[in-house]
Design a protein around this ligand. Structure first.
Ligand SMILES: Nc1ncnc2c1ncn2[C@@H]1O[C@H](COP(=O)(O)OP(=O)(O)OP(=O)(O)O)[C@@H](O)[C@H]1O
Length: 210
């Protein structure tokens, strides 16, 4: 997956969050979107994901040199973010069975193998609503990292994870990054230390009006 951002801008009402953002994101490469709280990291990630419409400019998606229509881009991406909800009424097994109806797992992984990789074997029949916050975050990350997608978007990926969970995140991203385009929205070095490129969203803030 390659993504071309051209003179991209997003505003909410009269407030411009970023403007004039021209940037190319290449497959097989990892990028960190950096900036202080409220600077627009999540906004840019959701615009790239197509969950949030941009206000000016354009976004082009390509796979193996072939253009992907914007309305089809969702098929190629997985996104995890603190504001995305899981289906709390499902058990873990039901959640995975539901998810794979829409997105298959990488490397023909079975749901049983994914549960093992997430270290959630004891929670197979537990309702997601009864998971701890760290277990929910592992589940969100497991679903995103192990979906068979060429674009992986990770917004604040270690929210609610303890030190062991952070190590788990680093290990599993590392094992599943080859050939993929990964974009991390973060302020915490251990979340994006593997990224080769840093995009500072504040570089694209409009100058304050005089
Ligand atoms: N739906 C919305 N309507 C209006 N303003 C919004 C909306 N969503 C976000 N904003 C504003 O856009 C700006 C950027 O928010 P965003 O969540 O993208 O920042 P962030 O860099 O991800 O912040 P954090 O590090 O705190 O998660 C903020 O000023 C926020 O108030």
């Amino acid at each position: 997956m390659q993504i071309n951002l051209s003179s991209l801008g997003k505003r909410y009402n009269y407030e411009w969050i970023f403007r004039n953002l021209t940037y190319t994101l290449e497959s097989g490469t990892s990028y960190a979107i950096l900036g202080h709280n409220g600077s627009g990291k999540s906004t840019l990630l959701t615009v790239i994901a197509g969950y949030n419409l941009h206000s000016e400019g354009s976004i082009g998606y390509e796979q193996n040199g072939k253009a992907i229509p914007a309305e089809q881009a969702y098929r190629h991406l997985s996104l995890t973010a603190p504001y995305l909800e899981l289906v709390e009424e499902f058990t873990l097994q039901e959640m995975l069975d539901f998810q794979i109806r829409f997105k298959t797992l990488r490397n023909n992984l079975t749901t049983q193998q994914l549960i093992e990789r997430m270290g959630l074997q004891k929670a197979r029949n537990k309702f997601v609503k009864d998971f701890s916050s760290g277990m929910k975050q592992r589940l969100k990350l497991g679903l995103a990292i192990y979906s068979d997608t060429s674009l992986l978007l990770l917004d604040e990926p270690t929210t609610n994870l303890d030190q062991e969970g952070v190590s788990w995140y680093q290990e599993h991203v590392d094992q599943n990054k080859a050939g993929r385009l990964i974009i991390v929205g973060s302020n915490i070095l251990h979340e994006y230390s593997f990224c080769q490129h840093h995009l500072h969203i504040t570089d694209f803030h409009p100058a304050p009006r005089k």
